[in-house]
Ligand binder design. Structure first.
Ligand code: KIV
Ligand code: ZN
Length: 513
């Protein structure tokens, strides 16, 4: 085994999905999993099988189509969870059960309300049971960075004895700092007698903005698996960003003699896909994947880069797959070319969705001279939501400065039934959303409404993002169209479908993974 290789464990589809507002359906998870596989991610954590039927189905679907990466499901230290995880990963070429329990005094006392001895026994029992389903079992000490050292060593040793081949020491609350975390991993290597029988993994949250630094410090102390997410998505402030850890290891191999197998040229594409699917956009100055990450604004910098790129560029835009928007198609492009383009962008659509997407593409080509990759992604993204219960059908709005009552006339397909209504509101967007609520549910609250243009020009498609909240749960929805109101309706409908997925999740709040 090459001891300098760092295993990349991507948890965009599990911890990433726990980001406020992010939720993904089965098709979306499969699409993201495919690009992660193409990037040569070693392990894809596809979800938390017990959380809902939807999560279970998504993990199973990912396990069916992805063959080159290991597929993992999360499970608490409970037989029902582990059984469900084992069933979900069954179709995988290589499947992993990732079981965890809290080990810190705070979590054991208040969250689990269990004595340390009972927790220690649960570690042994859960790993032993998980081994009945697969040889590849990972055990995590939740809140590991705040766990007493003696107890952590004991649990790690027992987990390895029980058959865990990966031991994960999460910084669950993003509390540690690099030298402290380095010392913790070093302590484990010094004190746990059977530590050489397992890969040590790290899983860092970004509450203090240190997730990447902490992950790299742990690797320098001997950890050889990093758990991370595309765009740094994840619970609260997120997890270590995959693109940042991978590019840091690649760019600074002079200082850190480690490597990953990641195809870095796919990073930008994966980042776009994840932000489109989740509706969570990347801040412009985000490292590696932000819109400004390779943009040189000051004259001095531009001059330097033109003379010699390395003056201000520590890595090339090409190394992360950044290219200029490409002009792809026009109104004469045929079905075959369209299908090929979709394949290149990572979409596989069923026949119906393909027909609808092609029709929307043709409609768009009639309205807009130049069609870019971003346009295709925006229109097709909705057509890949084949299994959505609520579908947008049509909208007509009466509005303008001379109109007394702004009115929206709306048709929706709700679970196969065509429903229509007319509603008024304070402005055309309000009227449109009132009409949607009249046909569906009104228990959710609109928290955010944002419009941006997909490409340049006044004929650009509007991409609308909405955030809905219900009982503390939030979801993001997106919709695109050359008509801003239609895009708004599509975005609201998209968010409602996601809210239905969230409502379905049955895992108790107290799990707080
Ligand atoms: O943050 C955390 O501790 C987790 C574990 C379940 C690995 O997500
Ligand atoms: Zn986590």
């Amino acid at each position: 085994m090459n001891t300098n290789r760092v295993i990349i464990f991507d948890t965009t589809l599990r911890d990433g999905e726990q980001s406020p507002g992010a939720s993904m359906n089965r098709e979306e998870k499969v699409r993201i999993a495919k690009i992660l596989e193409a990037m040569r991610v070693d392990v894809i954590e596809a979800g938390f099988a017990i959380a809902s039927q939807g999560d279970f189905d998504a993990i199973k679907a990912v396990a069916e189509v992805v063959k080159d990466s290991t597929i993992a499901s999360l499970a608490r230290a409970a037989k029902g969870d582990i059984q469900r995880a084992g069933d979900a990963i069954k179709p995988a070429n290589s499947g992993r059960i990732h079981t965890f329990i809290s080990t810190s005094p705070l979590h054991m006392k208040y969250k689990l309300q269990m004595e340390p001895e009972a927790v220690h026994q649960a570690v042994i029992d859960s790993v032993t049971f998980a081994r009945q389903f697969t040889d590849d079992v990972e055990w995590s000490a939740e809140d590991g960075s705040r766990t007493e050292h003696d107890f952590l060593c004991r649990c790690v040793e027992s987990a390895i004895d029980a058959g865990a081949s990966t031991i994960n020491i999460p910084d669950t609350v993003g509390y540690t700092v690099p030298d402290e975390y380095h010392a913790l991993i070093t302590m484990l290597f010094n004190r746990v007698p059977n530590i050489d029988k397992a890969v040590i993994s790290v899983h860092c949250h970004n509450d203090l903005g240190l997730a990447v630094a902490n992950s790299l410090a742990a690797v320098q102390a001997g950890a050889r698996q990093i758990e991370c997410t595309i765009n740094g998505l994840g619970e609260r402030a997120g997890n270590a960003a995959l693109e940042e850890v991978v590019m840091a290891l690649k760019t600074r191999k002079d200082h850190m003699p480690f490597h990953t197998d990641i195809e870095t040229e796919l990073i930008t594409k994966a980042s776009h896909m994840v932000s489109t699917v989740t509706g969570i956009s990347v801040q412009p100055n985000k490292a590696i994947v932000g819109a400004n990450a390779f943009a040189h604004e000051s004259g001095i910098h531009q001059d330097g880069v033109l003379k010699h790129a390395e003056t201000y560029e520590i890595m090339t835009p090409e190394s992360v797959g950044l290219k200029k928007s490409t002009l792809v198609m026009g109104k004469h492009s045929g079905r075959h070319a369209f299908k090929e383009k979709l394949k290149e962008l990572g979409f596989t659509l069923g026949d119906n969705a393909m027909n609808d997407a092609f029709k929307r593409f043709k409609d768009l080509a009639d309205k807009k001279k130049e069609i870019y990759d971003e346009d295709i992604v925006a229109i097709v993204d909705e057509e890949s939501r084949d299994n959505d219960i609520i579908k947008f059908v049509s909208l007509q709005v009466v509005c303008g400065s001379k109109v007394e009552h702004q009115t929206a006339e709306l048709e929706l397909d709700v679970d196969g039934e065509l429903l229509s209504t007319t509603a008024e509101g304070d402005g055309p967007v309000d009227a449109t959303f009132n009409a949607i609520m009249a046909l569906t549910t009104d228990t959710q609250h609109l928290q955010l409404y944002q419009v941006h243009a997909v490409t340049e020009g006044t004929d650009a498609q509007a991409e609308v993002t909405v955030r809905l909240e219900e009982n503390g749960k939030t979801v993001m929805g997106q919709g695109a169209d050359t008509d801003t109101l239609v895009a708004s309706a599509r975005a609201y409908v998209n968010a409602l479908n996601k809210l239905m997925v969230k409502r379905e999740k049955t895992a108790p709040e107290a799990m707080a993974v």
